[in-house]
Design a protein around this ligand. Structure first.
Ligand code: ITT
Length: 190
């Protein structure tokens, strides 16, 4: 089974491979256009990206739309996580907006909506969430995006190994659900 991964985010490419290859999926990348993510939910945007990549390549395509929802910011940046501030300033912007906010009001969660679109138009959707808090400063070098400011059990995702992050992350949970649904889907085809 060959799937194209519909993302331009290098951090996601690494995680997609880590999660899809053990399922027996051959993962390929392609020069893909970037469709306008004009959906109003993570799930809608994941579908837009997967559908566009499937149409461009003729292969089943998997995309993820994800983001960080901060309680104190009424759920922002949410679906705008990749466009929240200039590249390189996003983590700092969150930390600045939460300056002086005490630990108990620093709750946040990550969301990942995964969508797989097949050339015949079939689709599989899955979603995962993980809950934690926003750190008082950036810590750790692993991962990407907001990993170094998202804390679970006293450590940021940036301070965890790949295995530790995958076992608890939004994307780890979304891909676990996706794997189950894909298995059922393929059984129906077999
Ligand atoms: P693609 O649309 O090409 O996949 P993107 O980076 O634009 O890449 P999104 O629109 O889904 O992806 O934006 C999600 C943003 O949320 C992403 O850029 C990260 O900053 C952040 N994010 C998502 N998952 C994350 C994770 O596991 N760790 C840290 N930050 C994450």
């Amino acid at each position: 089974m060959k799937f194209v991964i519909a993302t331009h985010n290098k951090g996601k490419v690494v995680e997609f491979k880590r999660m899809l290859e053990p399922m027996g999926i051959e993962v390929v990348t392609a020069e893909l256009s970037e469709p306008e993510e004009n959906g109003t939910t993570f799930g809608e945007n994941a579908f837009i990206k997967a559908d566009s990549a499937c149409k461009e390549t003729g292969l089943p395509a998997v995309a993820d739309d994800s983001g960080l929802c901060v309680d104190y910011l009424d759920g922002a940046p949410g679906i705008y996580s990749a466009r929240f501030a200039e590249p390189g300033k996003r983590r700092l912007t969150v930390l600045e907006k939460l300056k002086g906010v005490p630990e108990e009001q620093r709750g946040a969660h990550f969301v990942s909506a995964v969508c797989c679109v097949f050339p015949n138009g079939d689709r599989i959707d899955a979603e995962g969430k993980c809950y934690g808090t926003i750190a008082f400063e950036s810590r750790g070098e692993n991962g990407f995006g907001y990993d170094s400011i998202f804390v679970q059990d006293g450590r940021t995702f940036g301070e965890m190994t790949d295995e530790e992050k995958d076992a608890r992350s939004h994307r780890g949970k979304a891909f676990a659900e996706f794997e189950e649904k894909l298995r059922e889907y393929l059984k129906g085809k077999g």
